[in-house]
Design a protein around this ligand. Sequence first.
Ligand SMILES: CCCCCCCCCCCCC/C=C/[C@@H](O)[C@H](COP(=O)(O)O)NC(=O)CCCCCCCCCCCCCCC
Ligand SMILES: Nc1ncnc2c1ncn2[C@@H]1O[C@H](COP(=O)(O)OP(=O)(O)O)[C@@H](O)[C@H]1O
Ligand SMILES: [Ca+2]
Length: 542
Amino acid sequence: MEQLPGGRRLRLASSLGLGQRCWEVTLDDERGLLAWRDPRPPRRGADNCFVPTSEIIAVEETELNKKQRSIGKWQKMAKPHAFTVYYVKKARNHRWRCRDVTFWCADEILCNQWIQALKELLEMQTCRPKQLLVYINPYGGKRQGKRIYEQKVAPLFSLASISTDVVVTEHANHAKDNLFEVNINKYDGVVCVGGDGMFSEVMHGLIGRMQKDSGIDQNNPKAPLVQCNIRIGIIPAGSTDCVCYSTVGISDPVTSALHIIIGDCQPLDVSSVHQNNTFLKYAVSLLGYGFYGDVLKDSEKKRWMGPMRYDYSGFKTFLSHHYYEGTISFQPAKHTLGSPRDKDSCRTGCYICKESERQLAEQRKKCGFKHEDEEEWKVIKGKFLAINVVNMCCACPRSPKGLSPAAHLADGSADLILVRKCSRFDFLRYLVRHTNKDDQFDFSFVDVYRVKSFQFTSKLSEDNESSVTDIGKKHFGQFCRDHPACCCNIANSTWNCDGETLDSSAIEVRVHCQLMKLFARGIEENCKDEAAYSHSSVEQLL
Ligand SMILES: CCCCCCCCCCCCC/C=C/[C@@H](O)[C@H](COP(=O)(O)O)NC(=O)CCCCCCCCCCCCCCC
Ligand SMILES: Nc1ncnc2c1ncn2[C@@H]1O[C@H](COP(=O)(O)OP(=O)(O)O)[C@@H](O)[C@H]1O
Ligand SMILES: [Ca+2]
């Protein structure tokens, strides 16, 4: 143990070779930092660096090749000893990469001391997974799932000494069904390689398994569900990858693999969807009726187009301009501190999520779950082009700030967005605002509420007995006969539930605060992070 002038203790501090020169390398236990500094006076471009030990991926003893040994002062050394540290390098736009640095020294004992110390520190990171169960959807997105996993992810897992059991799915629901059978306690996490649909499948398997093992009836919409502590990691290889993008800040397989390796943890709200005391689905990103339901339904027939199918069906659905009538009831989320019109978004370590979860737990301790049904319900009837309930911002490459930019990942609430009947031109203006910085809620025909439960009944199912419904049932998708040009649809739309279609026109939705966890940390504040790694700040740390 070394002592710094300020009295701070370091686990190790040595002069080690890096490239052709000697660098001061320190391992600071208290701050959890590995740092290396060029001891010569700072000059432009001098590469002083540090890495939090929590972001070290692996450390290995290294054999130096001839070329490396023939440079600089190491040339004179009989047999230099070396070790390589692999670590996370944060690049622009939330992208992470694996970088490595190799240090050399003449003293074998010193080299081993460094390797030992770094390995001990890695062992102490108990949040890191050691054994993972991996499901790959070979048909998701551009059908690259298997290649992405084998070429970009598996080598990193093996570098980090993570063992894996890999299942390449053979049919839809393969992963979900398998999760009910496997010895789940063997694993520290489940990884899905695919899109939002594949993630949804794995999530259903895990949450369902957890309820089954705890004797909870998923068909009871009021049952307090058991939290799922086995984390899910998403390697994006789908068409939208909204869950990955909204929880990491980018859809990039290497970045996601690194978040899994270092054992990040992000709790996530999950909505349960029921109809007449029958469980239908869970949702974490978008539950959309009208526009997004119709886009999804049409796009399913065009799977061969890959991710482009959404643009094609989006354009087609936009032109069809159908609206749907129905009644919405919801309970406002009073426990949350935020509002959907906030300027600030949910970011790593979000205070609003933590505080909202705390308040919700406190309320439930005081009044119990049952009391919640008696809380105020608001009812809205109308004609809607889109009804969206989102548990998270739903950012994706198509819409970098998402459907509701201020929605929170883990605050126990969802944002209900109602887009009322309006002109095609106005709806286009609304859609375009998903792609730029302007406020997409600043329209007279758009309303947004933060809710903790929600119900919807389409007018068609309300008027079940009427003759119009019969016509609608027989001629699904047919336009209103009385007004061929009015775009009202006498058929129901379908729900888009995280990219899966749900045909029910009457549903009950309830948000379950932090029901599950991901290997992620939420989106990090951008520029501040990058500044923290600048050269000047490293001076203060050493
Ligand atoms: C004019 C440009 C308008 C761009 C509007 C972009 C809005 C994008 C919002 C995306 C929200 C995504 C929510 C997540 C949904 C996913 O769960 C789910 C499943 O994902 P998976 O396939 O990876 O399994 N994905 C989806 O349902 C896809 C939704 C994508 C909708 C794209 C709509 C494009 C609309 C284009 C309209 C063009 C009008 C042009 C008129 C001249
Ligand atoms: N082997 C398979 N064959 C066919 N469908 C599958 C298979 N594995 C998973 N699926 C299903 O494919 C659907 C879409 O997968 P996803 O990975 O989300 O791709 P995309 O983002 O392109 O929609 C999911 O609903 C999933 O259940
Ligand atoms: Ca939420």
